[in-house]
Design a binder for this molecule. Sequence first.
Ligand code: FES
Length: 581
Amino acid sequence: MISPPDAGSTDAPNRSAAWLGDGGKNGFIARHHLRQMGLSGKQFDGRPVIGIANTWSELTPCNAHLRTLAEAVRRGIQQAGGVALEFPMLSLGEPFMRPSSMFYRNMAAMELEETVRANPLDAVVALTGCDKTTPAALMGLASVDLPAIMLTGGPMLNGRFRGRSVGSGTDIWRMTEALRAGEIDQAEFSEFESALNRSAGHCMTMGTASTMASLTEVLGMQLPGAAALPAVDSRRLVLAEDTGARAVELAREGLRPSAIMTRAAFENAVVANAAIGGSTNAVLHLLAIAGRVGVPLTPDDIDHIGRRIPLLVDLMPSGRFLMEEFAYAGGVPGLLTRLGPHLNLHAVTVTGRSLRESMEAGRVDDDNVIRRWDDPVQPAGAGIAVLRGNLAPDGAVIKTSAAEPRLLRHVGPALVFDSFEEYSAVTDDPALDVTRDTVLVVRNCGPRGYPGMPEIGNLPLPKVLLDQGIRDMVRLSDARMSGTAYGACVLHIAPEAAVGGPLALVRTGDLISLDVPARTLGLQVTDEELAERRSTWRAPQAPPLRGWSRLYADHVLQADRGADFDFLVGASGDAPERAAF
Ligand code: FES
């Protein structure tokens, strides 16, 4: 009843044949339900079945165009002789989800992993876009390790406001501060709101979505050029067709994520992250993805590898331009031509060829956007720095390029808040006892303390300082910050305060020393005094009783392990636990 596989396929039966190729009851059940959708018998004659994991959702506006993209992927799959079966993947919308989209990243990764393993698929195309959807898909695909290819949805067109380009997040923070400082009025603020997001796509600054899209391409998990092309550019539909067609070939070749996402590929991603001025969130995501494929990668690796790379891509929030300009300047393939000697060019990509071949096809068309090595936006060492010291024994991060240089070496007295809400209540208080030298500390915002580590690490400046014209100060937290944000913000402090990390012991008035060039973060309090404070410390909150919150609190790892779950680290492969029923 089952015809031989198509010409060009390998001799081994497809994985899906274990479901669809059975001549008895089990095969009947699987096939007749495909017929229910109007598929003819030709659709399950042994040809590869390709899943399209789609994070389309109107609750994730950045991904709301992915249905259109999925249809183009489907065309590509069918043209290449495969069968396309689209399914929803848990979508994580950055603008709406509470307490934070990051709280659900591991859930989405687990859901994708289990869905793929449980079903008759030979390869997967994952369509993602908004911040956490991309790392979630990479994590899930790494753990199931079935042949897979990513396609991120592309950035929005540039925002345009009163004659200039405006960028996601970055200009929101700027305009919000300007409104609070009385520099603009509510009418201008509202007009700006309507001018910022004017097309489909994800945030078009080099925030987390653009960073992870770019790194997905450098990791080798999506086709060359796919990261930067605007969401609405019709060439993205062509890329989608090519992606679908390539998925069919991947199913036949058996090229798996574990053969692509190697140590060499992660080193390349770290190099690229430094060159693009990528989001601090990328540190967490790269650590978590590497953990899934068993590649040893530490925060210190990210610092050491990235430190020798200058900032070459002149994009907000660290620079001037937006993803549209990056795409037209050459995108990731163009950037690779500038990074070549610093990359592991032998790394295999999802194309089945080496990164060297992606690089050789690249070209830079605008040196202002993708700068030359001898004319960088910022010199080497201006990217993400990993700090250590008695305040962060397991590390903390700061995006050097996003901070005012005068603050990179700083000693100042702490002003401590036990929660973001506590700080928010006094942010605009004219009597707040704060100066430009104060080190603002907000704690209990880490993976456990505020589930999912919300993006509040770029704490709004106290109004009393804004009124003095001050636009940056040292801020410390165990939280994250948006990849579109800027400021001298020390983030991801580990261990977090909620589990008793040293951050929990800081008191207002303690001196804190930050030395980014030396990579240190210190609390100038004696060990004896800290031990005394620790003896009276109590966890700030009882663990949640049930549901995802309980699972999360019981199993989430600290920031230095990518905030993955302890039981999700590693891979289980594509074989279901039981094969028959
Ligand atoms: Fe979706 Fe920024 S809100 S990418």
